[in-house]
Design a protein. Sequence first.
Length: 335
Amino acid sequence: MRENPDENAQMSYRDHPQMVGVDIGGTKVAAGFVNDGGAISRFLRAPMNPKGTAEEGFAAVASVLDTLLTDPAVGGAKLPIGVCAPGPLDPQTGVVLNPPNVPCWRNFPLTRELERRYGVTARLDNDANAAALAENLWGAGRGYRNVFYTCIGTGIGSGIVLDGRIFHGRTGSAAEGGHVTIDFHGPTCNCGKKGCIEALASGTAIARRAREAISRDPESGAQLLAMANGTSTAIRSEMVGRAASAGDALAEQILNDTIEFLAVWIGNIVDLLEPDVIILGGGVSEMLRPHFSSLQSRLKNWCVNARCDQIPLVPAHYGENSGIAGGAALCLVQA
C-alpha cells in the first residue's frame, strides 16, 4: 500500500534542498550533487587504491569532493555529505570497520574525518541500505511504507526500509539478505556459509554454473560457448541471458534455475517481512526483467503468505549511480 512519504524526511527536504552523495567502491570513488527530488547532477568519478594507507584512501575521497565543491553553482554553501562505503561498517558511529574490498581502512572514522575537513554533517552506511532509502524517497519505492530492496549483480546485497527508516538491527549488521542460505548442500559462498542465495543466483554464480555445466557436456551449450569464443572460462552471466534469448537450451535451463532460486529466497523474505514492495536492482536484475512476472508467479509455491501475489516486484529506479543517490538520501533522515 502506498502512503505519504515519511514526515521526518519531508521536514528534512526543507533543511537540505541539495546534498552531496559519495559512493566508495573497491576501485573507485564517485560523488555528485543530489537535489531534494533525487535528481543527480555534476557527478565525478576517480580511481581509488584500496590497498594503500588509510590516509591515501581518504585522500582519494577528498580529491573528488574538493573538485566537486569548487563548482560555482555551490557558491560556497555548506552541503551535507552522505557516503556509501563497503561494509562491515558502523552507521551509528560512522566508522568503517574491516571491509575486505577496501583493506586500507580498519576502524577508520570516515564521517569524523569528513566533518573535520568540510565543516558539515556527514552520514555513512553501506550501499544496499542507502540505495534502499533512495528508492523509498525518490524511486520505485516512493510512497510505500515498508520496502525490501536487493541489488543482484556480481554479488547480492539487500536493504530494508521500515516506516521510512533503514532497519539496521542491533549492531548495524542487519539485512545481509544475500547470505541467507536456501540450500545447505549448496556451494560454499565467499562468506563461508553454504548455499547462500549469492552463491547460487548472483552474476558470479550464474557464470560459474554455466561453466561447470559446459565442462560436463560441451555440446549442451553450443550457442553460449560460441559467445565466449569457444572458451568456457570467458563465460559471463550476461552471455547466459543473451544465449537464453537466442534459444540455447543450457542457458535457458540456467536462467530458469536462477529464477527458481530467487523465488525460494524472495518467498522467505515475504514470509519474514511481508514488505509493501520488493525492488530489484543490479545488472542481473536487469537481465531478468522480462521474467519478473514468472518470478512473481512462482512465489505462491514458496510462500505461506496467501497474498504474496499482491506484493509488487519492480525494477529499481537508480542504476549505476544508486550509490550517489543513496549517499545523499542518508542526509535526509534523522540519525
